[in-house]
Design a binder for this molecule. Structure first.
Ligand code: FES
Ligand SMILES: [Fe+2]
Length: 353
């Protein structure tokens, strides 16, 4: 690796985009897939989730059925369907008891059985799929062009030699941009995580190599750390970090002893100011080598450290480089901001196929 101090910080071009990134001002964000939490958390009882300020109802018509997702608003008198229930494989509205099937088709209006159904009585369905043990949704309708990409690829999930440790759904009172940037920010580890795995006596980071990819970007870097889940002792994280637009991260760590540790970080904007992180870890060791409980406890503590710092930042996310100072260790952050700028100004091209 070259010395980080020898390289220029970033491309010296003028910023052609908004100063701050406000998600609701850019419909393109509706065209991506977002995780709404773990699939195992959705049973027949309807649950409410919010993505980009849009309230959704998630339910299973029966416990073995795929998850159905619709706007959380009844066409009759606007009641939140997440306050309803499932009976005989139908979602039931809590206000007047109208019922719908898994595809949102109206099946029963109890006050007038057998009468013709009113027009527009059906639910407004939202595209959904279950991947990596999570429920993913895309808000964009056909008229909006539908999804612009697929769900991020995670080749290690279900592959031989890898085990999955589903972790938590963590809410953050900060923008999805702040949380994503933090996850690809090598410089914060020694300080924000000084009480867990950060090594405050070794704050230097190696140069990062950032590459634009069809799905977003990837970055390689090495960070000295003071330990890893369930273990004490300094080691080195050699990390390939992928950003899958707009906010999901795939962070692949290889340790000197060969252990590989992948963090699937599905970051979902709940609205302009808050987000949800749904995280699963994939490892090449076994439960006997390192119990899942150790990994869960470690990451819960680490995320709490990040949350404590991120929630203290100003609420708006600065997109324009001139709004902040940048050092050589911020190469990832600058590349991410340029990528998001390209996305919201129409200069980003989705991958073919
Ligand atoms: S508001 Fe849903 S059935 Fe009346
Ligand atoms: Fe962190």
């Amino acid at each position: 690796m070259t010395s980080i101090a020898d390289r220029p910080v970033g491309r010296a071009t003028r910023h052609a985009g908004p100063d701050h990134l406000v998600l609701s001002e850019h419909p393109v964000f509706r065209r991506f897939w977002y995780a709404t939490g773990f699939a195992a958390a959705v049973d027949t009882g309807p649950v409410k989730r919010t993505v980009l300020g849009v309230d959704l109802v998630l339910w299973r018509p029966e416990s073995t059925a795929p998850v159905s997702v619709a706007l959380d608003r009844c066409a009759h008198r606007d009641a939140p369907l997440s306050r309803g229930w499932v009976a005989d494989c139908h979602l039931v509205c809590p206000y007047h008891g109208w019922e719908w099937d898994a595809d949102g088709r109206t099946q029963r209006i109890p006050q007038t059985p057998g009468a013709p159904l009113p027009t527009k009585s059906g639910l407004t369905m939202v595209a959904s799929q279950e991947r990596y043990g999570m429920v993913w949704v895309c808000l964009a309708t056909e008229a909006e062009g539908g999804p612009i990409t697929g769900v991020p690829e995670v080749p290690q999930y279900g592959a031989p030699g890898w085990r999955a440790v589903p972790e938590y759904e963590w809410p953050f009172a900060c923008t999805a941009m702040h949380l994503l940037e933090n996850n690809l920010d090598p410089g914060h580890v020694a300080f924000v995580h000084r009480n867990t795995f950060g090594d405050i006596d070794r704050p230097e980071v190696t140069d990062t190599v950032v590459t634009r990819e069809p799905y977003g970007l990837s970055s390689y870097g090495e960070i000295p750390v003071g330990g890893r889940p369930g273990e004490v002792g300094t080691t080195l994280r050699c990390t390939v970090s992928q950003l899958h637009l707009p906010f999901s991260a795939h962070i692949h760590i290889t340790y000197p002893d060969g252990l590989q540790h992948v963090m699937v970080k599905a970051i979902t904007p709940v609205d302009d100011r808050t987000c949800l992180l749904t995280q699963t870890v994939l490892r090449t060791d076994t439960e006997a080598d390192r119990p899942a409980a150790d990994i869960l406890a470690f990451d819960d503590e680490v995320e709490a450290e990040d949350r404590d710092l991120l929630e203290s930042l100003p609420a708006d996310f600065p997109l324009a480089p001139h709004l902040n100072a940048h050092a050589a260790a911020d190469r990832n952050s600058l590349a991410i901001r340029r990528l998001w700028t390209d996305l919201v100004t129409g200069r980003w091209t989705p991958p073919a196929g």
